[in-house]
Design a protein around this ligand. Structure first.
Ligand code: ADP
Ligand code: ZN
Length: 759
């Protein structure tokens, strides 16, 4: 038996073990989907707590693991003793352990994977600790005694005097290396000062602050607009209730959702609570973080995959120790050890980057909702284009919803215009990448010194060329595999025989001109724009062009400060960026994301177009958006242009309801892969048989069939899709089947609960 202690709203870290309790449930650091029983030996009683890292004998070796629970006894006779407890305080709170267990259970993942997910590697690793470095502190002296010395010093070694001057009377000290650099002297000069008894040098922990050297202008809360005010009053009320409902904030781009987050967080802080803010990985730019730092300063800690391990370690501990009350980060920030968590904000809640694409395949938005329920804290989901799942939950009353329908300051929504590229192709006699309208509009912006963004929503997975109309795929005639499209050379290449060919201008089968667009990269667009407007300053931003964090920030900085006229980019530029001088957005080929074999293709396209269009006209000049498309009548495109989210949702839902797709059902996707196609098929058929025997009738099965991405990295892939109204109807029997199931050799399988990518 164990019970929890709640010390003044502390993390409830301190689970005390009843003396009768003998057995700890331990998750060992190998991916076995089990908890193992270990005895807590007498000397370790009271030290082994929920979340403790421990060392245990395992087979013939010793392993590290985490304690996730206790039991009075074990069914096994041969229980071994825990050998050692690592660290003094558990890194995992009992709440987070509970959340991890839920994740393992819900997403059919090994508990060990779930534990890994909730604890960053930088914190988990042995020897992870705060970095120490040497600091220089002034030694207080009574002016008189040292006065003459300093005068003397100034004459003999001005460098030392300068260092002393810089140090002044600071109580925090200055890092040795930094002081030397700033005084323009060597470290030995400072050492000399130490010898003279004028300064003290000693090691001290430095917070590796990822934003060192950046100054942030403090901001104060704006007077909320009437819509913001009513949203805030609902959220405040929710924050003050014991079991608050999830709130969906559906606000058009530029309606001031972020300001609502900021004021909601301030309210949580006033109530003595902390907050976690989730933003899509791609939107986690300094610009976003600065809006939060501007309001809350050092109370913000950032968790980001691009931080160094050291920075991550320090930021994580700052949150855990309560030195920072607000955590902001991408997906994994949902596990931030915020003390007395009062609010979780999930910005752009529809974003697919919240879903982890390896085990455990959790969706951080849904984990946020679950954590909110477990820790009785408010959850605020924000989006201009909510996922259908969330909007459905709002419509059925499971979530509360508030809407922001207007942009702040009566700024106009951008005017969106469709350019029918079929007519354009007829006019010029051949398909064109840029319509005349778009070229004219760009020229106009250049003349006026305004900025343009060109957006290409290149689809994410396929590197082969496929005709969007007839499905023709360019294949190597010798090897009967698809050519791989090479962006850099703008050509096709067979990876088996090395043969190459140029990209055809149109589909060899049906002549559709859109064919070549499916392999078109931003690089090519950049080239064409530079030719069209030789004087314009053109830059490209996509994951190929971006080396690391810095070049990404550099490009954004250059764009913000007007050093770039035309920015060409992919999804990277669609999210969260706020550039007042951007008055034109050109969407090169809006249809691209429509041709993905996924029932959510329309939803994704609608979201993308809306997000991109939202980047225009955020300043005083209204913006214009030109959407080039070959299918202007596609519902996703028509509704996006009309800015009609609800209409689009309702239309799409007619079909989804009929086919029993989410949000009207829950979906589990099982993918098996292996080097032998035959073995994968055999294994998958066998699995289906077993599943069919135990699944209730209410579960719909589709497959097994080759996955849309039928082969990847030399592995053949087959899929099975299961749907049901309640997810546990599928996962409970499925877990049992998978536990026993023997796959043919070299076949691996993954289970994706609430799958959002079906390739
Ligand atoms: P969203 O997150 O919905 O896209 P933002 O929060 O970025 O919108 O707001 C758009 C712009 O309006 C920002 O520049 C923001 O500073 C400003 N803003 C937001 N709320 C207010 C307000 N109540 N009064 C004045 N300006 C505001
Ligand atoms: Zn074709």
């Amino acid at each position: 038996m164990w019970f929890l202690f709640d010390i003044a709203g502390d993390l409830r870290l301190f689970a005390f073990v009843d003396t009768k309790t003998q057995i700890a449930k331990v998750v060992v650091d190998i991916a076995l989907d089990r908890e193992f029983d270990y005895r807590v030996p007498e000397p370790l009683r009271g030290q082994v707590l929920i979340g403790s890292a421990v060392l245990v004998p395992f087979g013939r070796s010793r392993r590290s693991g985490y304690v996730v629970g206790f039991a009075e006894g074990s069914e096994r006779a041969d229980v071994k003793d825990i050998m050692e407890v690592t660290g003094t305080v558990p890194l995992l709170s009992a709440d987070i352990v509970k959340l991890a267990r839920w994740i393992g259970d819900y997403y059919c993942a090994p508990v060990e994977h779930a534990i890994r997910a909730v604890l960053p590697g930088a914190v988990r690793r042995k020897g992870a600790k705060f970095k120490e470095c040497l600091f220089v502190f002034p030694v207080r002296c009574d002016g008189q005694a040292h006065g003459p010395d300093i005068g003397e010093l100034l004459k003999r070694s001005p460098g030392q005097a300068a260092a002393l001057g810089l140090l002044g009377a600071t109580a925090d000290g200055i890092a040795l290396a930094e002081l030397a650099r700033r005084a323009g002297v060597g470290v030995s000069a400072i050492r000399a000062l130490e010898k003279k008894g004028l300064v003290r040098i000693e090691p001290s922990a430095v917070g590796r602050n990822p934003f060192m050297g950046r100054t942030v202008l403090p901001t104060s809360p704006r007077d909320p607009t009437p819509e913001q005010a009513s949203a805030l009053s609902l959220i405040r009320r929710s924050l003050d209730t014991v079991s608050p409902p999830v709130v969906l904030l559906n606000g058009v781009t530029g309606s001031g959702k972020t300001e609502v987050y900021l004021q909601a967080i301030a309210h949580a802080l006033d109530g003595g609570k902390g907050a976690a803010v989730l933003v899509p990985e791609i939107a986690l730019t300094p610009q976003t973080v600065e809006r939060f730092r501007g309001r809350f300063g050092d109370n913000i800690a950032v968790l980001h995959s691009q931080l160094s391990d050291g920075e991550r370690h320090d930021e994580w501990h700052r949150i855990r120790e309560g030195k920072a009350r607000i955590a902001i980060g991408a997906r994994s920030a949902v596990f931030a050890p915020v003390r007395n968590l009062g609010l979780i904000v999930v910005d752009e809640e529809h974003d697919t980057s919240y879903k982890q694409d390896e085990s455990p395949r959790y969706n951080a938005r849904d984990v946020a909702v679950m954590r909110g329920r477990m820790e009785h804290c408010s959850v605020l989901l924000g989006s201009a284009t909510p996922s259908f799942e969330s909007f459905y939950n709002a419509q059925t009353g499971k979530y509360a919803m508030v809407r922001l329908t207007k942009r702040v300051d009566d700024r106009k929504m951008p005017a969106i215009r469709v350019v029918d590229m079929r007519i354009e192709a007829d006019r010029v006699g051949r398909p064109n990448i840029f319509s005349r309208d778009l070229v004219t509009a760009m020229g106009l912006r250049l003349d006026k010194g305004e900025q343009t963004i060109l957006f290409l929503n290149r689809r994410g997975f396929s590197t082969s060329l496929q005709c969007p109309k007839c499905g023709y795929v360019a294949r190597c005639p010798l090897c009967s595999i698809a050519y791989t499209y090479h962006r850099v050379a703008e050509g096709l290449r067979c990876h088996v025989c090395g043969g190459a060919r140029r990209v055809p201008e149109k589909c060899p089968d049906c002549g559709d001109p859109a064919f070549k667009f499916s392999g078109m990269g931003t690089q090519r667009i950049e080239g064409i724009v530079s030719k069209l407007f030789p004087k314009a300053r053109v830059r490209r931003m996509d994951s190929d062009a971006m080396g690391g964090k810095l070049s990404y920030e550099e490009v954004l900085d250059d764009f913000r400060t007007g050093k770039i006229d035309i920015l060409v980019g992919t999804q990277m530029i669609a999210k969260g960026l706020d550039f007042p001088n951007v008055t034109l957005i050109g969407i090169i080929y809006a249809d691209l994301s429509l041709y993905v074999s996924d029932f959510r293709a329309g939803e994704r396209t609608f979201q993308l177009l809306t997000q991109v269009a939202g980047r225009a006209g955020r300043g005083d000049v209204p913006g214009e958006v030109l959407v080039q498309t070959y299918t202007p009548m596609a519902p996703a495109i028509r509704s996006a242009v009309a800015m009609d989210y609800v209409g689009f949702y309702e239309k799409e839902c007619l079909e989804r309801r009929e086919l029993q797709y989410p949000p009207f059902s829950r979906l589990v996707c099982i993918t098996a892969r292996g080097p032998s196609d035959e073995r994968v098929v055999v294994g998958m058929r066998e699995l289906c048989e077993r599943i069919r025997r135990v699944m209730p009738e209410s579960v719909t099965m589709r497959g097994p069939s080759p996955a849309p991405l039928a082969k990847a990295k030399g592995l053949f892939r087959h899929q099975l899709m299961l749907r049901s109204r309640v997810v546990s109807t599928i996962t409970t029997p499925l877990r049992d089947v998978l536990k026993e199931f023997q796959w043919p050799s070299k076949v691996a399988c993954s289970v994706d609960v609430d799958a959002i990518s079906l390739i």
